[in-house]
Design a protein around this ligand. Structure first.
Ligand code: DCT
Ligand code: MG
Length: 520
């Protein structure tokens, strides 16, 4: 298939129908066209239809004429993530009479124009550039942003050997409360995760942001020896090992871990056997369900939990929405917990819903532990300048009892409808009493008012570093403040409303980054 044919999904229609459709499209315009000299066409491929529709609406609202289909009238073509070659091949195939005069632009021209409220002058950086054919072992020469929110980081990490080492060292800096080194190592890790190629020589780091002497040295050592001596010695370090194992208990933070270490404890068995140690309710649950909680939650398990929560929430409020967020929304197949947002489109209808849901889980015998946190924000405050601060929503941190048969049945029902057993029927009834047929799962539920939903969804989707960089970018580059509740424009002295994540990215003049591209 030629590259021109592959671009079939660009919203192209046969030429003979073009005239008619263009007229039909024009009649759809509800907005006045303020800029008569230009007609835009936005290419759908690699952008996706929902983002394209969003951008088309945005431009129309701002007075631009945007056509649904490509015709001879179009003057500007806007593309995102397409190469010059594929777009050019495709244009040639359209047999347009004005192909040579068409302005073929990347999304930066579009976002600059939306921000300015008018078409901005076309600079070189706005044009889709022809790229030279590169040798296979030479990484492409591209400008990479220092902010994770301006990069696309999928789960396809080509530099795992480096990121595993840097992540471990970053974690130790966090344990030691060395914020500067923690941030430096986390940023270098996140940058490597976004690279579409593997680092094979030190020259590959040239021109990349987020690296300084310490992180460079680590990369160099791994390139030379295949391992990092700092990592090797850390893995044998008594204090690090104890901190790691103690904080793996739900409810145990660094302070408690260090206290136990200071008292001479080194293993969980020693801590559990100690007579004079007092544990919080949370830690008791952490010890009780330790094995389950520390074995990763799988996607089928997350979906089964989602179904339980949704059934209960809909029992009380049929039009409430339960949204799976956190790592699973970013496409991860496993996680340490399952995060859900609960929201109602109608304002006020979710009052008391979280309490009722938790009560019902308890009545159904599924609630193993609950830490309920009431909403803490009475009046609307400005978003905090601290990037890692918790939000103020009503929420609960739970441990739920998930019947394994529910998960097996879900898997079976996906693979073969005929293989589904009723959920109350155990796999092997005769051994049911002997084998533990459930798993303890950590679940976070967050109750979110409708008008803050997009901001909460963006915040709870993560990753942690993506969120951190998004807030840093917002503050430093846009003079605005962002948190899980809203976006405040310091120049306009106003909160900016948004119904979708796409609108938030547009407020920030950022290209939209899909959830599965936020694995920074
Ligand atoms: N989050 C937040 N404020 C916090 C902690 C987390 O806004 N104080 C956001 C960032 C990530 C998201 O919530 C979910 O948090 P985790 O469950 O800790 O992370 P995860 O990416 O879902 O990782 P995992 O897959 O291990 O659960
Ligand atoms: Mg999570």
């Amino acid at each position: 298939m030629s590259s021109a044919e592959k671009l079939g999904g660009m919203g192209i229609i046969p030429k003979r129908k073009r005239q008619k459709v263009t007229e039909a499209c024009s009649s759809q315009y509800k907005h006045e066209v303020r800029f008569q000299d230009l007609i835009l066409f936005i290419v759908e491929r690699k952008m996706g239809s929902s983002r394209r529709t969003f951008l088309m609406d945005l431009a129309r609202k701002k007075g631009f004429r945007v056509d649904d289909v490509l015709s001879d009238s179009v003057t500007h073509i806007v593309t995102e993530n397409n190469s010059w070659n594929e777009i050019w091949d495709w244009i040639q195939n359209q047999k347009l009479s004005n192909a040579d005069k068409l302005k073929v632009l990347n999304i930066s021209w579009f976002t600059d124009s939306m921000a300015a409220g008018k078409p901005v002058d076309i600079e070189d950086r706005h044009r889709l550039q022809e790229q030279k054919v590169l040798q296979s072992n030479v990484p492409p020469v591209v400008t990479i942003s220092q902010y994770a929110c301006q990069r696309r980081s999928t789960l396809d990490n080509r530099n795992k050997i480096f990121t595993d080492a840097l992540e471990l060292l970053a974690e130790n800096f966090e344990f030691n409360e060395n914020d500067g080194a923690f941030v430096a190592f986390s940023r270098a890790t996140a940058l490597l995760k976004s690279l579409p190629y593997k680092i094979s020589r030190m020259e590959n780091l040239e021109g990349l942001p987020c690296f300084e002497d310490q992180t460079r040295t680590i990369i160099e050592e791994i390139l030379e020896d295949g391992v990092c001596s700092k990592v090797e010695s850390l893995l044998c370090d008594e204090r690090y090992k104890a901190r790691k194992v103690f904080t793996s208990v739900f409810g145990v933070g660094l302070k408690t871990a260090d206290k136990w270490y200071g008292q001479g404890f080194r293993t969980l068995e020693e801590v559990k056997a100690a007579k004079d140690l007092k544990f919080t309710k949370m830690q008791k649950a952490g010890f009780l369900y330790y094995e389950d909680i520390n074995s990763a939650v799988t996607r089928p398990e997350a979906e089964a939990v989602g179904q339980i929560i949704e059934n209960i929430v809909h029992y009380y409020t049929p039009d409430a929405i339960v949204t799976l967020t956190g790592g699973f929304r970013r496409g991860k197949e496993i996680g340490h917990d399952v995060d859900f947002l609960i929201s109602c489109l109608k304002e006020g209808k979710n009052e008391g819903l979280l309490h009722k849901t938790v009560n019902k889980l308890n009545i159904q015998g599924l609630l193993l532990y609950c830490d309920f946190v009431e909403a803490t924000l009475e009046k609307r405050k400005l978003p905090s300048k601290k990037y890692d601060v918790m939000d103020h929503f009503e929420k609960c941190f739970l441990i739920l009892k998930l019947n394994k048969a529910l998960v097996n049945n879900r898997v079976l029902s996906v693979s073969s409808a005929s293989a589904v057993r009723p959920t109350n029927e155990g796999a092997e009834p005769e051994v049911k009493t002997k084998i533990k047929d459930w798993k303890a799962i950590r679940v976070d539920l967050v109750n979110v008012p409708a008008q803050q939903f997009a901001y909460a969804l963006l915040g709870w989707t993560g990753s942690r570093l993506f969120e951190r960089d998004l807030r840093r970018y917002t503050n430093h580059e846009k003079n605005m403040l962002l948190d899980n509740h809203g976006l405040y424009d310091k120049n306009k002295r106003a909160f900016l409303k948004a119904k979708t994540e796409e609108e938030i990215f547009a407020h920030l003049d950022l290209e939209y980054i899909e959830p599965w591209e936020r694995n920074a």
